[in-house]
Ligand binder design. Structure first.
Ligand code: BG6
Length: 479
């Protein structure tokens, strides 16, 4: 199945942190792919901005990044793409370079300022953009996570951005929202008749959201050690997944209607009790270092794993726990949302028969798709024996791999140009998520709590099952 190619109008995109890691891995390759796919048109401009470098070094950087990250790039198309690129050296804290930037952008175009830089520079850069006269009503500012470190810093960041840009011009990215299957969560819920009637505490026993990674923190240990899994993953990516599972149907699929519903979910979250949280740190394994070695901090108390149980205090979800789990160096790279349905009210097949709960699993990665575990009769003679089988739909098998090959960043960049904020977080959403996470984190910090240890290639610390408190549900395997 082919996705429709609708070009976006030519734009000027200024990429701050142009030669950084995210630019190399995601932003430049995504822009190239959309150019090769004829969605980004030749009249567009991509202006790299960074403290050091020049147009030649930026072009070289872009060529290398495309060759490494894009499948079979065509040399002629790369050359055409590189014609869009130029570079302005500037420093967020100094005056030099800003007038040149102002000159380089065209005021009759959509202008996107993409800040792939340290969050401490978000405020200063936004103010400089305003100060040099480069911002107008069609400008957009795009910010990479982390958006703040806690509620206070997120608030002050929002206030500083709002001095130059209005909320409708601010695009706070959470790349999880742009993953194909994450968007599919909304399609499954709100474009089908049969899920929504049972999508509530009468039918759902629990929801399990797992984002397991097999990589460690080596190479970004210093940054990671200052945040930990709670700030790096739970406050944003897992929280967004939880919102999409739990929210009420928005009245229309438009940015504020969707974001209003997500905000209500975050506000309905109860404070998580300490006994419902387990933190972990991975141990060394052969020549793979421990978390503390990878982080370069032998006394670190930062978590590389968190599992927690949250309750949503509203009519739809009261009594249905949401279990969230994420960690590094786990057995496999698996991200999924599992809706575990309640047991049957009465069994007609006799006492000895084992009947499993129905589970609807949305696999975000790898191999995006949906599985529904259902009970059926085992084929053949010999009476009514029951077995559990998966009704399995892999999106790439069912739909072809075309649409799935677009990365989250390609979608996000095009949405910025189109002015569609649905997949971006609003300021009040981010603040509400910090208001929920802050007390949990400050309690750990005040008590100086040390995380539990776990082996690499495992499912996290043994203690992570404790948050079920003897109830029947158990974590789904990470495999
Ligand atoms: C980032 C986190 O936001 O998401 C990383 O900072 C994490 O620690 C990454 O590895 C996971 O993203 P994905 O798309 O690979 O699941």
């Amino acid at each position: 199945m082919r996705s429709k190619v609708i070009p976006v109008e030519p734009f000027d995109l200024v990429l701050f942190g142009a030669t950084g890691d995210l630019s190399r891995r995601e932003i430049i390759p995504s822009l190239y792919r959309r150019f090769a796919g004829k969605q980004v048109l030749p009249g567009s401009k991509i202006i790299g901005a960074s403290r050091s470098g020049n147009t030649d070094s930026f072009l070289e950087f872009a060529r290398a990044s495309i060759s490494k990250r894009c499948k079979d790039p065509d040399p002629g198309t790369i050359d055409d793409f590189l014609k869009l690129l130029s570079f302005v050296p500037l420093d967020a804290r100094l005056d030099a370079g800003w007038p040149e930037l102002r000159q380089a952008i065209r005021s009759d175009r959509i202008q996107a300022y993409y800040l792939s830089v340290s969050p401490s520079l978000f405020g200063p850069i936004a103010e400089r953009i305003g100060g040099c006269g480069a911002a107008n009503r069609s400008s957009r500012i795009v910010l990479e996570k982390p958006f703040g470190y806690d509620l206070e810093s997120a608030r002050s960041l929002n206030a500083s951005l709002l001095k130059t840009f209005s909320e409708s011009q601010i695009y706070r990215t959470d790349h999880y929202l742009a993953k194909e299957t994450v968007q599919n969560l909304m399609a499954i819920r709100f474009a089908n008749a049969f899920f929504e009637p049972i999508w509530n505490n009468k039918y759902v026993e629990n929801v399990q959201i797992t984002v397991a990674e097999s990589i460690g923190v080596k190479g970004r240990g210093e940054y990671y050690d200052s945040v930990g899994a709670m700030r790096d993953m739970v406050q944003n990516h897992l929280m967004q997944l939880l919102c999409l599972v739990a929210m009420e149907p928005p009245w229309v699929y438009e940015p504020d209607a969707v974001r209003d519903e997500k905000l209500k979910v975050i506000k309905s979250l109860e404070i998580v009790r300490p006994e419902y949280i387990v933190r972990g740190q991975y141990l060394a394994d052969g020549d793979r270092g421990s978390y503390r070695e990878d982080a370069g901090n032998p006394d670190s108390k930062t978590e590389s794993f968190v599992a927690l149980r949250c309750n949503i205090a509203n009519w739809r979800w009261a009594g249905t726990p949401f279990y969230l789990r994420t960690g590094k160096r786990l057995r496999a790279r698996v991200s999924e949302v599992a809706i575990v349905f309640k047991k049957l009210p009465h069994l007609i097949f006799g006492k000895g028969k084992k009947i499993y709960n129905n589970v609807l699993v949305l696999r975000l990665q790898p191999d995006e798709g949906i599985t529904m575990n259902v009970m059926i009769k085992e084929p053949g003679l010999g009476g009514m024996r029951l077995e559990q089988v998966p009704l399995d739909m892999s999106f790439s098998d069912a739909l072809g791999s075309d649409g799935l090959s677009a990365s989250a960043y390609e979608r996000l960049i095009l949405d910025v140009i189109r002015g569609n904020q649905t997949l971006f977080m609003r300021g009040d959403e981010v603040e509400a998520a910090w208001a929920w996470a802050d007390p949990i984190i400050s309690q750990w910090e005040e008590n100086g709590e040390t995380p539990e240890s776990y082996s690499q290639n495992s499912e996290g610390p043994r203690e992570s099952v404790d948050i079920f408190y003897g109830e029947t549900p158990k974590w789904r395997p990470i495999e």
